[in-house]
Design a protein around this ligand. Structure first.
Ligand code: GDP
Ligand code: CA
Length: 334
């Protein structure tokens, strides 16, 4: 049986995984999920990327939105707002709240996040083994020009930069500020002290193939790779590592990967992202047919590259993408 390990963020990772399950129904798939987006709200621990994977593969996702539960209601959120208790900018629905209550209760009882995730997956049966990248707390922060400095001129120092900058939680950057301001730096706080969760290094050591889905290269896959031991385990593994570009035609398909790439000095192109990972990590890279002219550039960096359709427009198109990734993996293995 083929053992596949996938590093995943939220929507891009989750949708790809659904295609992979269809393309390789007999494979044993282990997902290493990003937890840098995790946030504590209303006393609850929220894990947006793990939940997006769990709900998507378990059939509970809000399909059009790509995150959160289908058939959701927002009574609790409205009641909290009536008490003046925020933040109002983070949309937690009633069904979703239950997940975070169960998670927080188990963590308070002493269970590590990996055990909690396994317990939540008992209900959702995602058909993959879902592991958080770490049981330790990691929080991605984004350095921005103080978004509130204009309203309070005394606080900021818009004139010469540094004084007017502020680090905000990634969720605040993305959800409250809608990534409308430039990011100067992205810092996965706590990552350097974090240990891979139980099962992560074991899964990588036993893998036949490692895949990077079209997830955010900075705040999803980059954060997972920032946990000491994970990048090394992938680089040292003697198995094909194949990625799919989240950048198509010089732009993210959705989300703010362009802003995050700019913050780390990487161009928003399919080839620049491949070069950023580098041949030390990647053996193969798929770009969209719209980026076919990027193939020679990627191959010049020592990474086998093919141009195939990379739009996850539906389950079948996504399964074909996954099949292409597995084909490229076999090609580099040979
Ligand atoms: P997030 O945590 O919800 O942001 O999700 P991920 O990190 O897993 O994925 C976000 C990335 O997926 C973004 O950079 C998007 O450009 C990319 N993405 C989303 N849909 C598609 C698609 O259909 N095709 C490709 N190639 N990339 C996609
Ligand atoms: Ca995410």
């Amino acid at each position: 049986m083929q053992r596949i390990v996938v590093l995943a963020g939220g929507i891009g990772g989750a949708r790809f995984l659904r295609g992979l399950r269809q393309a390789a129904p007999d494979a044993e798939i282990t997902v290493i999920g990003n937890t840098g987006d995790d946030i504590h709200l209303f006393g609850l621990k929220v894990c947006p990327d793990l939940d997006t994977v769990m709900y998507t593969l378990g059939g509970g996702i809000h399909e059009e939105q790509g995150w959160g539960r289908a058939d959701e209601t927002f009574t609790v959120k409205e009641e909290l707002a009536a008490y003046g208790v925020g933040p109002a900018w983070f949309g937690l629905g009633d069904r979703d709240f239950a997940t975070h209550i169960v998670r927080t209760q188990m963590i308070s009882a002493g269970y590590p996040l990996s055990a909690v995730t396994e317990a939540l997956c008992q209900r959702w049966q995602p058909g993959v083994r879902l592991l958080p990248m770490t049981d330790d707390r990691v929080e991605t922060h984004v350095l921005v020009d103080d978004p509130d400095a204009a309203a309070d001129p005394g606080r900021g120092d818009a004139g010469d930069g540094a004084g007017g900058r502020r680090a905000v939680h990634f969720q605040e950057y993305w959800v409250r500020l809608r990534a409308a301001v430039d990011a100067h730096a992205v810092v996965p706080i706590g990552a350097d002290q974090a240990k891979p969760a139980p099962g992560v290094l074991e899964a990588l050591a036993a893998a036949d193939t490692v895949l990077f889905p079209p997830s955010n290269p900075v705040v999803s896959i980059g954060t997972i790779l920032a946990v000491p031991g994970i990048r090394e385990a992938i680089a040292d593994a003697d198995v094909p590592v194949v990625g799919l570009s989240p950048i198509v035609g010089g732009a993210p398909v959705r989300g703010m990967a362009d802003k995050m790439l700019a913050a780390i000095g990487v161009e928003t192109t399919a080839q620049a992202v491949a070069r950023h990972y580098g041949s030390g990590l990647l053996d193969g890279w798929l770009v969209d047919t719209a980026d076919a002219d990027a193939v020679p550039d990627v191959e010049a960096a020592g990474i086998r590259c093919r141009a195939v359709p990379l739009m996850m427009s539906g389950p079948d198109a996504t399964a074909l993408m996954a099949a292409e990734a597995l084909t490229l993996a076999e090609e580099v293995r040979a």
